[in-house]
Design a protein around this ligand. Sequence first.
Ligand SMILES: Cc1cc2nc3c(=O)[nH]c(=O)nc-3n(C[C@H](O)[C@H](O)[C@H](O)COP(=O)(O)OP(=O)(O)OC[C@H]3O[C@@H](n4cnc5c(N)ncnc54)[C@H](O)[C@@H]3O)c2cc1C
Length: 546
Amino acid sequence: MTDEKKQTSSDQATLTPKHAAGQIDRRGFFRGAAMLTVGSLSATTGLAQVASQGESPGVPAAAAGTLEAQTRRTLRWAGRDPADWVRARAGVDHNVVIVGGGQSGIAIAYGLRRKGVGGVAIIDQADAGQAGIWRTIARMHQLRTPKTLPGLEGANVTLGFRAWYETLNGPEAFDQLDRIPRLAWADYLSWFQQATDTKVRYRTRLLEIEPQGDVLRLHLESEGVQRVETARKLVLANGYAGAGGPNVPGFLRALPTNVWTHTTGEIPFAAMAGKVVAVIGAGSSAFDAAGVALESGAAEVHLFSRRAYIDYQAPPRPGAPPAAPVDRGYGNALEFNRDLPDVVRWRNFLLGDRRVASVPLDSLERAVAFKGFHIHLNTSLSDFSLAGNGKVVAKAGRTTMRFDHVIAGTGYRIDLAGQPELARIHESIALWRDRYQPGAGEDSEAGGSHPYLGAGFEFQPRADAGAAYLRNIHCFNLGAALSFGIPVGDVPSTVYHPRLVAAIARDLFVESVDVATNARYIDTPLTAPDSAPYERAVAGQARDVA
Ligand SMILES: Cc1cc2nc3c(=O)[nH]c(=O)nc-3n(C[C@H](O)[C@H](O)[C@H](O)COP(=O)(O)OP(=O)(O)OC[C@H]3O[C@@H](n4cnc5c(N)ncnc54)[C@H](O)[C@@H]3O)c2cc1C
């Protein structure tokens, strides 16, 4: 039995480590999950970093025990994982490979397992415990999204964040949360992965996709060794940077890499004490990076915004315009956005693109609390150069400024040509600009670069591209935002998991049908079962059977 086919170990697994003195160490509690891996690929976890970022207090042993018992019970009630019904295809290694072991990858894999789809492998280039963003490049104290959104749990509410958090900390603790603490979310994801027994092959990177008929040859680098494995289906759950990478302005790329960092990178905060730092951009990640730089002792942080205002999440004002219309993000109907007409999806994208993702008030206040924090509105930096003393020199309007380090809070690009894994195939993929002609004044280069996805997140071929294999590559990353009406990968986009799972299962199901076997069944005469159980009641044949 493969790892993927193993049923959820509700009857056997120990979901918590041994506890002592009424408290268990939170790091120990989640270490098992962070190490969930297959083969010999386990690696050191990054949980040490959790501690350095302000770990939450220990988990009461009694609460941990309750959680374990509750999880076992509800997984038992949910029933064993169904048998794998997918007919294997000779010579193909995997039915499905999921690229990315973050929150999307593990939840989609679990969804496939609960649908009876076996032969699913998840790979992640990160070390065990480091997949996703929450312990690395996410720098806020709390998630930006509301605490009550549905999430990874699917039909089993006890696998949800709220059940997990309340069981460990009490319902009042949840009620008192403003939003979900970032590290609590990271711990929850580790627990979810462990509770659902979802294995990831860490330190395994997809380098390139090579089509061969409708099968995908995946060029991988696993523990430093290159290999090719084949798959019928591929899910790109590779995160915000997975459809073109971080958006790094050309003027920064021209500078040496030690004087600038994009927010997706490892920013050298420890070296910022007493230094002058520039932050380009005014979105949430820009403010979070500014906050950490200031907390790390930066003497001055200058944040540059091209706009005349900061787009933050202001509390609703009396007399404010009515809530967004139903086609623009009504919480319980998000998953229908894909079915809106192209023109509505396009305009919704334009509306979103005109705003910077609005900054949570606490992220804004975190930076503004420091005297050394300065916001430069209506200001773009230009004329960059490097001075002899290693400082970055740039013009802010007419003023010349000098910085020790520049942080680019400039977001992400959607540019399939820039995504290394797609190098061989991106030219065949239909984009919005190939399929949709915007009305006058509604052009958008950024919008036009998004892939025009099918209803199951699959890439579609450009006209005459002859690339039918593209229907086997499902794009569950930021590139899907325009087609599906929300930033895909976010917590709200978990409502789309069932659609993706159903699309993959459907394709494998239809492909699994063997017409010859089907014909044999129809041609085989029916055989009646033994009539003994009802014999005595058959009319006209009654006889003494006593
Ligand atoms: C700074 C930041 C803050 C955010 N805050 C919120 C928030 O508060 N609320 C919210 O709803 N959303 C938020 N988001 C958006 C979204 O929820 C997160 O990005 C979330 O982590 C997405 O999960 P994911 O599993 O789709 O991708 P990720 O968590 O990014 O995981 C993708 C994984 O793919 C792996 N990978 C990538 N390429 C390859 C490859 N070639 N081979 C193998 N592995 C690969 C990576 O190592 C990574 O582990 C935030 C995003 C960012 C960047």
